[in-house]
Ligand binder design. Structure first.
Ligand code: PMT
Length: 219
């Protein structure tokens, strides 16, 4: 891993979950811990990149030399990403963004009463697809968290969202993916794929950045 691999490049990374408020005390979210995205940020700094981390609520320390933007909801995360996109060479979407949010945020705590209630949800904007569709998009990398037909679904996401690369993550496997110390992934891009065997998230992050740097230079 050369230390100058991404020297001078501006890398923006999203990490962690988003929180979608239901009322002043409740939200919808997921089990993303931020570990994969924070490992990518630390590895990007080590590779010499000017690194920005846009993160949903997690409990991890922010890596040194990272410009940090904490956010809560998917819409906050999108706004923060759009603020950074003009100053970005490589965008990596590692966050587990909630696909849906409650249609309405209640102003007061929802009271217990009926045996059964239902919650209308509405689609959130797709952050990585929005970034890939700006006028001068950065080199855009997504993740795909899948539990079945992992590579086929990942390739489909890459094409539908017009991404330059996607990192397929089988989140049905024990000990990798959401909230674990290790990961194992397959990196897909237009002209190839590379499988990374199980390793710490920091080592996986370094390999992902090497692959990004290689494909980015060829682009
Ligand atoms: O945080 P950890 O505990 O370390 O776990 C890491 C991880 C499993 C969360 C990570 O490796 C991972 O797979 N991240 C993507 C999780 C995800 O939500 O995947 P998805 O297949 O639903 O989304 C596909 C891509 O679109 C992702 O790049 C996602 O960031 C992006 N997306 C999704 C929805 C949305 N509204 N906006 C987006 O930008």
């Amino acid at each position: 891993f050369e230390s100058g691999l991404l020297a001078g490049k501006r890398v923006v990374i999203t990490a962690g979950p988003t929180r979608e408020a239901l009322d002043p005390v409740r939200y919808i979210s997921n089990h993303s811990s931020g570990k994969m995205g924070y490992a990518l940020a630390a590895a990007a700094v080590a590779a010499g990149a000017r690194t920005t981390l846009i993160s949903g609520p997690v409990t991890l320390p922010v890596p040194d030399h990272v410009a940090f933007h904490p956010v809560e909801s998917a819409r906050d995360m999108l706004a923060a990403c759009l603020d950074q996109v003009a100053e970005c060479d490589i965008f990596i979407a590692c966050a587990a963004v909630a696909d849906y949010r409650p249609a309405q945020v209640q102003g007061q705590k929802i009271k217990k009463g009926a045996e059964e209630i239902s919650l209308p949800l509405v689609r959130n904007p797709d952050i990585v697809a929005t970034i890939a569709a700006v006028e001068k998009p950065p080199f855009t990398v997504g993740f795909a968290a899948e539990t079945q037909d992992v590579l086929a679904y990942a390739r489909d996401k890459m094409q539908r969202k017009h991404l330059d690369m996607i990192v397929a993550n089988d989140v049905s496997e024990q000990g990798i993916g959401f909230n674990s110390e290790e990961n194992a992934v397959t990196i897909l891009h237009e002209s190839g794929q590379r499988t990374l065997a199980r390793a710490t998230k920091f080592n996986i992050a370094r390999e992902i950045l090497e692959e990004i740097a290689r494909v980015y230079r060829e682009n």
